[in-house]
Write a protein that binds this ligand. Structure first.
Ligand SMILES: NC(=O)c1ccc[n+]([C@@H]2O[C@H](COP(=O)([O-])OP(=O)(O)OC[C@H]3O[C@@H](n4cnc5c(N)ncnc54)[C@H](OP(=O)(O)O)[C@@H]3O)[C@@H](O)[C@H]2O)c1
Length: 235
């Protein structure tokens, strides 16, 4: 199968790429990092220019009239050196909310815009956006982490909308958001102290789970927000 992984320099993204290559798939990658190569596109998906960059890359690497079978969008941000998730309202800032929306939502939007011409009735596509359980309004009993929660909730709505649009033009396509579980990457590192034993997963475990979810997807699941075990999570 031909598979695209975006956010391929990240902890989960890198592990997904390795696993898919071990399985013998043809894997294309998109990241801000790395070197331009036959299968690698350098692009910052938060920027609108990335739509043309990724689409030109796909035109170059895919044979004529051949599409992708699956896409994993692994881009996401929870903190930077300067910004930690907000504990209270007063810690919210326009800058951090905008950056969270740019990485957690717009990067998925731009990638979908680049892929959209490939999605047709005869060439269905499976799309998996890495989301997070804390983006579930129903599940939110603790509060805090305003920008991350709000941007992941917005991502889930984007995925729902995209599933409807692509479902009309390509009924066998499937578009989902998936919670990978707390995974030992740079993203979760500052928050690992309080995690119950056995609940912090390796990037390899999470990659296995993301690939298993992807491989099991059926069109009836399109638009769902899924747990890493494939069960449905509430929005
Ligand atoms: N780790 C966890 O415990 C956990 C739990 C729930 C959900 N998730 C979700 O899983 C996904 C992958 O997370 P991860 O743990 O692998 O995190 P990670 O190692 O920090 O990787 C995140 C990726 O997001 C992209 N990214 C980050 N900041 C960016 C920026 N300012 N501009 C553009 N792109 C940026 C990067 O892509 P490139 O550098 O490759 O371009 C990076 O590889 C995220 O969506 C995250 O929210 C993770």
């Amino acid at each position: 199968m031909r598979i695209l992984v975006a956010g391929s320099s990240g902890g989960i993204g890198k592990a997904v790429v390795s696993l898919l290559r071990e399985h013998g798939h043809t894997v294309f990658t998109v990241s801000r990092a790395g070197e331009v190569g036959a299968a690698h596109c350098i692009a910052d998906l938060t920027s609108p220019e990335s739509v043309a960059q990724v689409s030109q890359f796909l035109n170059r690497v895919l044979p004529p009239k051949v599409s992708l079978d699956a896409v994993y969008c692994c881009a996401g941000i929870l903190h930077t050196g300067w910004n930690m998730p907000e504990k209270t309202l007063v810690q919210m800032s326009a800058d951090w909310l905008q950056q969270s929306m740019a990485v957690n939502v717009l990067s998925h939007v731009h990638l979908a815009q680049a892929i959209a011409p490939l999605v047709t009735r005869s060439q269905p596509l499976r799309w998996l956006s890495l989301s997070a359980m804390v983006g579930s309004a129903t599940d939110n009993g603790l509060g805090g982490w305003y920008s991350y929660r709000m941007s992941k909730a917005a991502l889930n709505m984007f995925v729902k909308n995209l599933s409807i649009e692509w479902g009309r033009k390509s009924p066998q396509s499937v578009v989902v958001a998936v919670h990978p579980g707390t995974t030992d990457t740079l993203l979760s590192q500052p928050f690992q102290a309080g995690i119950a034993e056995g609940k912090l997963y390796t990037p390899e475990q999470s990659a296995e789970r993301m690939v298993a979810v992807m491989e099991g997807l059926k069109p009836a699941q399109s638009g769902h927000f899924l747990h890493w075990d494939g069960s449905v999570l509430p929005f």
